[in-house]
Write a protein that binds this ligand. Structure first.
Ligand code: SME
Length: 162
């Protein structure tokens, strides 16, 4: 997807999400909303969702797409993003040592950490594509903004303090 068009679409999505994520600060409700919006808006998102960090494992959370691994442990792109505390863009998953293939049709991937208000990792946002090299800096920048909305309390409107 052309970079400027992609950036403009992300801008609209962030605005839409800021309007939607006002009803509850519950992170799982917000993750479900983000997964639904992203997978609906981008054709090249084959799998899109969250894994929750529980100790040293990642347990699947809200997602859209084909059935995925429920537990990730020991290796993989998602755990690597947790260890590095930063976003990882993988243009070709078959060349990433330790990659966990939940679906053999995935060829590229991006994983973005989700931080809680204390700055600890709560989860990761993971997106897979059937295209090679589907994700770039534009995806990284905007998906990091979107991951930042999950624990942002200021979004809650006065009628919906919880
Ligand atoms: N590929 C990921 C596993 C999760 S699936 O892509 C949905 C990884 O290597 O951690």
């Amino acid at each position: 997807m052309e970079s400027r068009k992609k950036a403009a679409r992300y801008e609209r999505i962030v605005q839409q999400l800021e309007g939607l994520l006002t009803k509850t600060a519950d992170p799982v409700a917000r993750m479900a909303t983000v997964a639904a919006i992203l997978s609906h808006k981008f054709d090249y998102f084959f799998w899109c969702g969250f894994y929750m960090l529980k100790g040293e494992k990642l347990i699947v959370g809200p997602y859209q797409g084909p059935v995925a691994c429920q537990v990730l442990e020991g290796r993989g792109v998602c755990l690597e993003a947790v260890n590095r505390k930063s976003t990882i863009v993988v243009p070709n998953v078959h060349e990433f040592p330790g990659h966990i293939a939940c679906d053999s049709r995935s060829n590229s991937e991006i994983v973005v950490p989700v931080f809680n208000v204390k700055g600890e990792i709560l989860a990761v946002l993971d997106v897979d594509s059937r295209e090679f090299g589907a994700f770039d800096e534009t995806d990284a920048t905007h998906l990091e903004r979107i991951a930042g909305l999950i624990c942002q309390r200021q979004l809650i409107t006065n009628d919906h303090q919880d």
